[in-house]
Design a protein around this ligand. Structure first.
Ligand code: FES
Length: 141
């Protein structure tokens, strides 16, 4: 995963393996807003309103700030039982502040302090290898 800065905020760019993408099917029933229907356009641009929350399934682009009180979640990509995570963990992010967990699409798990999924910023692909953050076909964020 790479982290870049946009307007003083960390933006994560995570290339997801086929296994990581497949894990989203397993977490569908456990996340609070699987289809990113809450606060449309504020947390998820319309072109990322899908299970993988991205324009290209392979790449997650999300602001690495917890939607609870603004801490920075840690990466927890290794599946399986481990401290502070459920035994059926399939990989994702853990906010150490109050224990919110997010799957590999930045979708918050149910009954956690964070009220919403991680924010996906507006963005567009300038080429296969270049992404512009903060702007899309509609203009500036
Ligand atoms: S700031 Fe992330 S759980 Fe509270």
């Amino acid at each position: 995963m790479r982290t870049v800065e946009w307007r003083g905020k960390p933006v994560w760019i995570l290339r997801r393996t086929p296994e990581m993408l497949a894990s989203l099917k397993k977490t569908d029933a456990e996340v609070a807003d699987p289809n990113s229907k809450r606060n449309p356009d504020e947390f998820t641009p319309e072109y990322c309103v899908n299970e993988h929350r991205s324009r290209k399934p392979e790449y997650l682009i999300a602001i690495g700030i917890c939607t609870h009180l603004g801490c920075s979640p840690s990466t927890k990509f290794v599946p399986g039982p481990q401290p502070s995570l459920p035994d059926n963990w399939t990989g994702g992010f853990l906010c150490p502040c109050h224990g919110s967990t997010f799957d590999l699409a930045g979708r918050v798990f149910k009954n956690k302090p964070a009220p919403d999924n991680l924010v996906v910023p507006r963005h567009m692909y300038l080429s296969d290898t270049k992404i512009l953050i903060g702007k899309d076909e509609k203009g500036e964020a």
